[in-house]
Design a protein around this ligand. Structure first.
Ligand code: PEP
Length: 238
């Protein structure tokens, strides 16, 4: 049985109803096909639910505010997550860093707070194209800066290396580049390290075969259930 971690980031896709159908159908598929690899689904906040699954699919929040409750318009806190038994959160995703403008200081504060709650934290780092083009040392420095204030040895931490230029672009990093960059990250964090960036059924096998790659964080290709099932079948057969 594969121990690679597979995580699906729905972003702003799927409704409450379609998420429930997706989880039920994926659960059946995993149980029928004996797929025991750890699977995490990050639906939008409106679709969070305490799903009872046979296969042990875990549900996480794409984002949350470091508070139990309070006056933070548009945000959700621990009380809202607790209602659905959610104890997993994604922090540092490039869309929150670059589109929503989250600073490293705020990200580190969020991380420390959810660590304090014992949450499983998926922590994303990854360089934009101009940094990649500036060379490997620039990439290393950038990734180290994105871990400023972060306890990279936290026991419930799962790291994800997601180059910004590969997210949602259909452009995947080569296995060589993933291996090299994962070794840079592994030098400062020994926690499991996923790759994310245009992972799909046609490339998941070669990506997961990269030494030092402990799984995949998948956006676009996870939204369609049959594509997700194909990827899980591939992971399970490795
Ligand atoms: C992501 O947003 O985490 C991601 C990896 O997206 P995609 O698979 O669409 O590149």
């Amino acid at each position: 049985m594969s121990s690679k971690i597979v995580a699906a980031n729905f972003k702003t896709n799927h409704t409450r109803r379609s998420t429930a159908e997706y989880v039920a159908s994926l659960d059946r598929f995993m149980a029928e096909n004996g797929i025991g690899t750890p699977v995490y689904i990050f639906p939008p906040a409106t679709a969070l639910e305490n799903f009872e699954t046979e296969s042990g699919i875990r549900i996480g929040a794409q984002n949350a505010y470091p508070t139990v409750k309070g006056s933070f318009t548009g945000e959700i806190g621990l009380q809202q997550l607790g209602e659905f038994g959610i104890d997993t959160v994604l922090i540092g995703h490039s869309e929150r860093r670059h589109i929503l403008g989250e600073s490293q200081e705020f990200i580190a504060k969020k991380f420390a707070w959810f660590k304090e709650q014992g949450f499983t934290i998926f922590y994303c780092i990854g360089e934009p194209l101009e940094v990649r083009e500036a060379g490997e040392e620039a990439v290393r420095r950038y990734l180290v800066e994105q871990c400023e204030g972060i306890d990279t040895s936290y026991e419930n931490l799962i790291m994800a290396y997601e180059p910004v230029w590969a997210i949602g672009t259909g452009k995947t990093a080569t296995p060589e580049l993933i291996e090299k960059t994962h070794s840079i990250v592994k030098a400062f964090s020994e926690r499991p390290l996923l790759y994310g960036g245009s992972v799909k059924p046609s490339n998941i096998a070669e990506i997961l075969a990269v030494p030092g790659c402990d799984g995949a964080l998948i956006g676009t290709a996870s939204w369609d259930i049959s594509s997700m099932q194909s990827m899980l079948e591939i992971v399970n057969s490795e």
